[in-house]
Design a protein around this ligand. Structure first.
Ligand SMILES: [Zn+2]
Length: 232
């Protein structure tokens, strides 16, 4: 018994001695693996844990936290935008066209029974259709003449003056400031010179005092670049 008892520890001791280097190596590998695992897990945790609150909480607070921060620097800044002239009415057809200029093409004016220049365009619509300002401006005249009927002349700035004629029931008076789209009056046949043409708007435009074709304005091809303050 003693022999056998003493032999077993001897065998184990011998095994330890013979394989000490191998055991040490295995221990080292295990230790290194443990350290690497620990570091990796810690890093992952560091990445994951802060990410969740960062992406979660700001999502909830974004409308209140982020928006004011973004707006504060942009509120006082100015932005340039293009504002186009727009048609003064929804016309059904163009009657007499603009025929003034170097070519001097005359048009037949059945009311006057003659061929003559037409420094305007006639935009036809039903009697009573609304006529609106093509652009912001100041009313210079709101009156009536035999030839043009009731008319409104607006200074649209930058040398552009438009006369909206053959109207009735004028909605503006001289000195009024109008905004684009404001109603000036209504389609009629009050222009005695053109009453046979039917209800229409007789629209004249002058640029720096010279008659010019109104259609680019009516078609919204003319624009101005203006500065506006950007607000939330
Ligand atoms: Zn006309």
């Amino acid at each position: 018994m003693n022999n056998s008892n003493s032999k077993q520890p001897n065998k184990f001791t011998r095994f330890l001695r013979n394989n000490a280097a191998l055991l040490l190596l295995i221990f080292c590998v295990l230790a290194i693996t443990a350290v690497v695992l620990a570091v990796t897990l810690t890093r992952n945790n560091n990445n994951v844990v802060p990410d969740d609150p960062v992406s979660g909480n700001p999502d909830d607070n974004k409308p209140s936290d982020v928006t004011p921060g973004d707006d504060q620097p942009t509120t006082p800044s100015k932005q340039k935008i293009d504002v186009y002239f727009k048609s003064p009415l929804e016309y059904t057809k163009v009657g007499l066209e603009y025929t003034y200029g170097p070519d001097h093409l005359f048009v037949w004016k059945q009311t006057l029974n003659e061929w003559s220049a037409h420094k305007a365009v006639d935009l036809h619509a039903e009697e009573g259709a609304e006529v609106t300002a093509m652009y912001d401006g100041t009313v210079i005249k709101a009156d009536s003449t035999f030839g043009n009927g009731y008319y409104v002349t607006i200074d649209h700035g930058d040398g552009v003056i438009a006369t909206y004629a053959s109207l009735k029931d004028l909605e503006v008076k001289a000195g009024d400031n109008v905004k684009q789209g404001d109603v000036l009056g209504y389609i009629s046949t009050t222009a005695e010179c053109e009453y046979k043409e039917g209800p229409h708007l007789h629209l004249e435009v002058t640029l720096n005092g010279e008659a010019t074709d109104p259609m680019p304005y009516v078609n919204g091809e003319v624009y101005r670049t203006i500065e506006v303050e950007t607000k939330a």
